[in-house]
Write a protein that binds this ligand. Structure first.
Ligand SMILES: Cc1cc2nc3c(=O)[nH]c(=O)nc-3n(C[C@H](O)[C@H](O)[C@H](O)COP(=O)(O)OP(=O)(O)OC[C@H]3O[C@@H](n4cnc5c(N)ncnc54)[C@H](O)[C@@H]3O)c2cc1C
Length: 471
């Protein structure tokens, strides 16, 4: 069985890794990974400059989602894993030009401790009252067949101030999206579950906290790789047969050919029995556009919109600057800044910068600011430095600056996303040897992508076994 994996980001590479495990155990298969760029990893990219570990894309994955950690175990990379330094965790929100800390005990936008919320200047009295009201008189849960925006969900439970000051900045930081457009069901599934079970999110969060106390000791919120996320990519690539890896090979066409698929990349055509599209959904839509019977799938794939991201790393001599303690800050859109968030990387993880260096990572772009991609690196640097000066009084000259632009890299899970994906998967059943994976469908995080890549490998192995059983 010949398998083509189109897209060499973490989703495609995970499929390749698990297929390789099967091949080594004797499964009669071969596979080829086609990657358009000259390197594998997609948006996972780490640079080491002046002893700083600089992440151009993701810096970690959520520890509560186990799939990336399991992959690291399978790669024998467990000793590389480091947790975020949660003892120093403190995140601020810029309100009226001042950095106000998110009070301890907040689970996303849901309070679990009264004292810190009462004393917080992040929320008005009206919001504090709304939190108490939500606990005492929770709203009716969303109808199981319905979906709504994150903004509507959070306003229904609390109020619009909590959307503006916390929900929207948090979601913008993760998805580069807008709480007024993102789907509550797709982006806040645990909260939808809490709503279903407890009606009140505050009650649900308190119950979750109580059960966590009796369960295993808490793990760090984020897990990273000591040498940077690219280590994960390199470790997979090292374990794959060299002849299976094709970088700088953009797939231009996909055609059915007898009982197989013909793939054309760099003008060379090859045939495969299974094809995995580990690609942005708009690329997959283009590749399948001419397949008879693909019209509805193409439409559904094209409905998933994308935002772009700009990520700027700045290193300073720590003796020359003063930063508040903690992991960094979020910037609500009402503040009128172009930056979305800033992470104090040297505080969030160990092994990121020499002791004498403060490493900052600033996020910009998203659906909030599509124009930013048109600015030059110099203009972006100047903008970031001006805003850091306004927010943190940071006037010192950075020792190094790196600007990374990611064009159309963040899928937006709009209202109705889960239903759209269910329909898409139903329509794709017409093509049982064509598989979709990647960040556009069941989660945007690194760990979600690992799960989707692994599921694609499992689907192929299941099909192969059932074909052999029938033969
Ligand atoms: C700036 C940024 C920060 C992030 N931070 C975090 C974080 O901290 N934690 C977290 O969990 N997640 C984070 N994410 C999300 C996460 O990193 C991504 O969702 C995930 O890495 C996507 O992996 P993928 O393989 O699905 O897609 P991609 O990485 O986009 O890979 C797709 C690959 O397909 C290739 N390709 C495209 N067209 C073709 C073609 N025609 N032929 C062949 N190849 C093609 C592309 O070149 C690319 O390499 C972040 C994302 C970004 C952009």
């Amino acid at each position: 069985m010949r398998v083509a994996i189109i897209g060499g980001g973490i989703s495609g590479l995970t499929t390749a890794f698990y297929l390789e495990q099967e091949r080594r155990r004797g499964a009669p298969l071969s596979f080829t990974v086609f990657e358009a760029e000259s390197r594998f990893g997609g948006v996972i990219q780490t640079e080491r400059v002046n002893d700083c570990v600089i992440e151009a894309g993701p810096d970690s994955f959520l520890s509560t989602k186990p799939w990336a950690r399991e992959l690291c175990d399978d790669l024998r990379l467990s000793s590389q894993l480091i947790g975020s330094r949660d003892d120093t965790r403190k995140t601020y929100v810029l309100i009226g030009g001042r950095l106000e800390p998110i009070p301890p005990g907040m689970q996303m936008m849901v309070p679990t401790r009264i004292g810190p919320v009462l004393g917080s200047r992040l929320f008005s009295r009206a919001t504090k009252l709304a939190m108490a009201r939500e606990y005492l008189f929770p709203p009716q849960p969303l109808d199981p067949d319905d979906d709504e925006t994150v903004a509507s969900f959070v306003s229904r439970h609390f109020n619009s101030e909590l959307v503006d000051r916390l929900a929207d900045p948090l979601l913008t930081g993760i998805y580069g999206g807008d709480a007024g457009e993102l789907s509550a069901r797709a982006t806040l599934p645990q909260m939808i579950d809490m709503e279903c079970r407890h009606h009140s999110l505050v009650r649900g969060a308190l119950a979750a906290r109580a059960s966590q106390r009796t369960a295993a000791p808490p793990q760090s919120i984020f897990t990273a790789m000591r040498d940077g996320m690219q280590r994960l990519v390199e470790s997979i690539v090292r374990q794959l047969p060299r002849e299976a890896l094709r970088c700088s090979r953009r797939v231009e066409a996909l055609k059915p050919h007898e009982n197989s698929w013909q793939i054309t990349a760099s003008e060379a055509a090859e045939e495969f029995d299974h094809v995995i599209l580990a690609l942005p959904s708009y690329v997959s839509a283009k590749l399948i556009a001419d397949l008879p019977g693909s019209e509805r799938s193409v439409e559904l794939l094209s409905e998933i919109s994308y935002s772009s991201a700009v990520n700027v790393a700045l290193a300073y001599n720590s003796a020359s600057i003063t930063l508040p303690p903690g992991f960094g800050f979020l910037v609500p859109r009402r503040e009128g800044k172009r930056m979305i968030a800033c992470t104090f990387v040297h505080n969030k993880f160990d092994h990121r910068a020499p002791k004498s260096t403060a490493l900052l990572r600033v996020f910009m772009g998203g659906s909030r600011d599509t124009e930013i991609l048109n600015l030059s690196e110099e203009q972006i640097t100047e903008l970031v430095r001006r805003e850091l000066c306004e927010i943190l009084k940071l006037e010192a000259e950075p020792q190094l600056v790196r600007v990374f632009k990611w064009h159309k890299a963040m899928p937006q899970y709009g209202v109705g996303h889960l239903l759209r994906i269910a329909r898409l998967e139903m329509h794709m059943q017409r093509f049982p040897t064509l598989h979709l994976s990647g960040n556009a469908y069941h989660g945007i995080g690194v760990s979600d992508c690992v799960r989707s890549g692994r599921n694609a490998a499992d689907a192929i192995m299941r099909r192969m076994r059932s074909q052999r059983a029938l033969a």
